[in-house]
Design a protein around this ligand. Structure first.
Ligand SMILES: Nc1ncnc2c1ncn2[C@@H]1O[C@H](COP(=O)(O)OP(=O)(O)O)[C@@H](O)[C@H]1O
Ligand SMILES: [Mg+2]
Length: 225
């Protein structure tokens, strides 16, 4: 069986007068359909780890295969095509275009990936329905509540039909009611066989995962279940 994520001996050092060893000797394998949470204090290396998984950054050492494919041998164009077809991102601060509608925001990733307009609209509608926002398609993003904005961001990530959804502190800017409804939505996506990696500094959010990985000073550890 091929792992969707297979990291061996991966490290990431940010160069500078005092280099930062943000991630050290990471061995990490994820099978399709797993729900993994990554927990650790601020500055421990969680976002660095997620950015490597999501092909937004490259390891300084070690090997990383995604679905058995080695992105290090690819040019940036190929890597971004790989990213666009397999990976969805959700961030703490939503990253929406405030003055555009929910449905326009949902199409953004697909615009970059060259999905034809008609197909984009169909997929955006389906994705907004998936996150329970069909009634808000035309609403301007900045008029939506925090929870609704995060739903739009999740719809945008899903519209690319990713097999892997990466979330960096997805509930970090939400009150507890909205946070709980986003976590419930992530549970549903997991039940639909999407592979989930959720980064958090919150142990309650971390407890939602099937596997809980801890990052401390750039080192990954995992208690066996
Ligand atoms: N682009 C960068 N250049 C230099 N240092 C960085 C960069 N990105 C992150 N770091 C450093 O790497 C460490 C881990 O950061 P990060 O992965 O963002 O942690 P977390 O997401 O757990 O808060 C921190 O010490 C941070 O300052
Ligand atoms: Mg972070």
């Amino acid at each position: 069986m091929t792992y969707i994520i297979n990291m061996q001996g991966v490290g990431r050092t940010f160069p500078g007068s005092v280099p930062v060893h943000a991630l050290k000797d990471v061995n990490f394998m994820v099978s399709s359909g797993e729900y993994v949470t990554v927990v650790g204090p601020s500055g421990s290396g969680k976002s660095t780890f997620l950015n490597l998984i999501g092909l937004l950054d490259t390891p300084s050492v070690g090997t990383y295969l995604i679905d058995g494919i080695d992105p290090s041998t690819m040019g940036e164009k190929q890597r971004s095509a790989l990213r666009g077809t397999r990976i969805g991102f959700v961030f703490q601060s939503f990253h929406l275009i405030g003055h555009q509608s929910a449905i326009a925001n949902t199409q953004l990733g697909m615009v970059y990936n060259g999905v034809p307009r008609k197909q984009r609209i169909t997929r955006a509608r389906d994705s907004l329905a998936r996150v329970g926002l069909s009634h808000r398609e035309e609403a301007v993003a900045q008029t939506l509540s925090g929870g609704e904005r995060q739903r739009v961001a999740i719809a945008r990530a899903l519209a690319g039909r990713p097999s892997l959804l990466l979330c960096d502190e997805p509930t970090g800017n939400l009150d507890s009611n909205n946070a709980n409804s986003i976590l419930a939505l992530l549970d549903e996506l997991h039940a639909d066989d999407i592979t989930l990696i959720v980064v958090t500094h919150d142990s309650e959010v971390a407890a939602r995962g099937q596997r809980i990985v801890t990052v401390k000073d750039g080192h990954l550890s995992e208690k066996s279940q």
